[in-house]
Write a protein that binds this ligand. Structure first.
Ligand SMILES: Cc1cc2nc3c(=O)[nH]c(=O)nc-3n(C[C@H](O)[C@H](O)[C@H](O)COP(=O)(O)O)c2cc1C
Length: 434
């Protein structure tokens, strides 16, 4: 379907808010996106650019499920199936993303948003970086990029990501940054799979797509995206990146990060820029949701029957995971804690609950903790481990943090009070409220 066709689908079902008033890319579009979320927005007139901008396009699991054509409850199995059945996309020479080739590189002509007052600059936050290494082949990742001139960005690269490995190995490399993608490409880029596997195969298994050769390198890029920024990134050429309001809605620090020098920009005719508001729901769902299938898989592989996983927005859709299991043995909760950390290494707190708990209702999860959890036996601490670079309370240099798991499942043996909620009497309210 692609980004553009999905916008049309949203419009037909009256789920797209069009804004015809002129809106600035500087602190105005971002404010509107936040005020209106989770509704999708199309800005038809951006003050500083000739391109339209759309944002909040995939802010919920429902929207991603709608795009890939499954029920929301089937997302975990659909993504796991796509990871197991990766399929290389077919190549086309008829690439919509190359309909227009800009002769002069001028990033100021693009609607690169300035999101929050204390950010260090205009940021691309929806860009999918396609990179390639001789040994490992192609890789897809999200990397935020701060504009630092008419043709340069500083690029945030978290250590030990596949792209970090590629860049350290090669010193410098050609990359393509693809903007304006469907949920298949976005979700695939956000998954963490074995190095050496091209995530475009996951995207293609989720929803078929075609690829095309980039103009300045032999990279294969999604041919239906809206914009492609091609350039060369150099590990040792560094510039300030940040501050930046990140996933946790707190201000990330300024770091020295590698510089990308842009060689060419291509785009569709009437291309639509994809905005992705940092810290907002769409950022959260794209970060956290792709970790749910990996947690689900690891818990089941550990011999515990996992029913569902929620990497919930209250935990910044990254630092917390709530795991629902069908408990068969007393030690299932503890096993599930270890396995869930295997499935999401950046997670900080894991909550294991029984099958009667609604993991999308924080009150229900808290109820399980209040009624079924005893800290001296049901608590598992993993002191001083490497955690997420996003956690403001982790060590700022090493990212060491203390992780823990809470087994909030009921004991299989009832000693004293029961662990189940007793039902209230059922009544027909219509008989009483006239
Ligand atoms: C919206 C979004 C923005 C992200 N921004 C960055 C970033 O700026 N730098 C980074 O290293 N990872 C970022 N990530 C995380 C990586 O893209 C993600 O963890 C990826 O799955 C790692 O893939 P890898 O296993 O191929 O290294 C972002 C993820 C999302 C969904």
């Amino acid at each position: 379907m692609g980004f553009r066709d999905y916008l049309q689908k949203l419009e037909k079902s009256h789920k797209l808010q069009k804004i015809s008033a002129s809106v600035s890319k500087h602190l105005e579009a971002s404010g509107i996106l936040k005020a209106i979320e989770p509704k999708a927005v199309l800005f038809e007139k951006i003050k500083e650019s000739n391109f339209k901008v759309a944002g909040n396009v995939f802010p919920t699991k429902d929207s991603i499920a709608d795009y890939v054509g499954c029920e929301t409850s089937e997302l975990i199995s659909t993504i796991n199936k796509a990871i197991s059945n990766m399929k290389a996309p077919e190549e086309t020479k008829n690439a919509k993303c190359q309909e227009v080739v800009e002769e002069i590189v001028d990033l100021d002509k693009l609607p690169i948003l300035f999101h929050c007052a204390h950010d260090g600059g205009n940021y691309i936050s929806s860009g999918i970086v396609v990179s390639k290494d001789k040994e490992f082949g192609q890789n897809l990742d999200f990397h935020r990029m701060m504009q630092i001139g008419k043709n340069k960005f500083s690029v945030r690269i978290v250590k030990e990501r596949n792209f970090d490995t590629f860049l350290k190995k090669n010193g410098e490399m050609d990359i393509a940054v693809c903007i304006g993608n469907g949920a298949n490409v976005l979700v695939a880029a956000a998954t963490s799979i074995e190095i050496g596997k091209n995530e475009l195969g996951i995207a293609n298994a989720l929803e078929p797509l075609t690829v095309t050769r980039a103009k300045t390198s032999d990279l294969l890029i999604p041919s239906d995206c809206e914009f492609v920024i091609e350039g060369r990134i150099v590990l040792e050429e560094k510039a300030n990146e940040g501050p930046f309001v990140d996933l946790t809605e707190t201000l990330d620090v300024v770091r020295q990060e590698p510089v990308l020098t842009v060689k060419k920009i291509t785009h569709r005719k009437d291309a639509i820029w994809q905005a992705l508001l940092p810290g907002a729901l769409e950022h959260k769902v794209l970060m956290g949701m792709p970790r749910e299938p990996t947690i689900f898989k690891k818990v089941n592989e550990a011999g515990v029957k996992c029913i569902d996983v929620n990497v919930n927005p209250g935990g910044c859709s990254w630092l917390h995971a709530i795991v629902k299991i069908d408990k068969q043995n007393e030690d299932d909760g503890k096993k599930a804690i270890d396995a869930a950390f295997e499935g999401h290494k950046s997670c900080k707190h894991i909550f294991i609950v029984d099958k009667d708990i609604d993991i999308y209702n924080p009150l229900d999860v808290e109820w399980a903790m209040a009624t079924r959890f005893q800290a001296d036996v049901d608590f598992k601490m993993k002191a001083r481990e490497k955690g997420s670079s996003l956690d403001p309370s982790a060590d700022p240099e090493t990212h060491f943090t203390t992780k823990c798991g809470l087994d909030c499942t009921a004991s299989l043996q009832v000693k004293g009070k029961n662990f189940s909620k007793e039902p209230f009497p059922q009544v027909d309210l219509k008989k009483y409220l006239k």
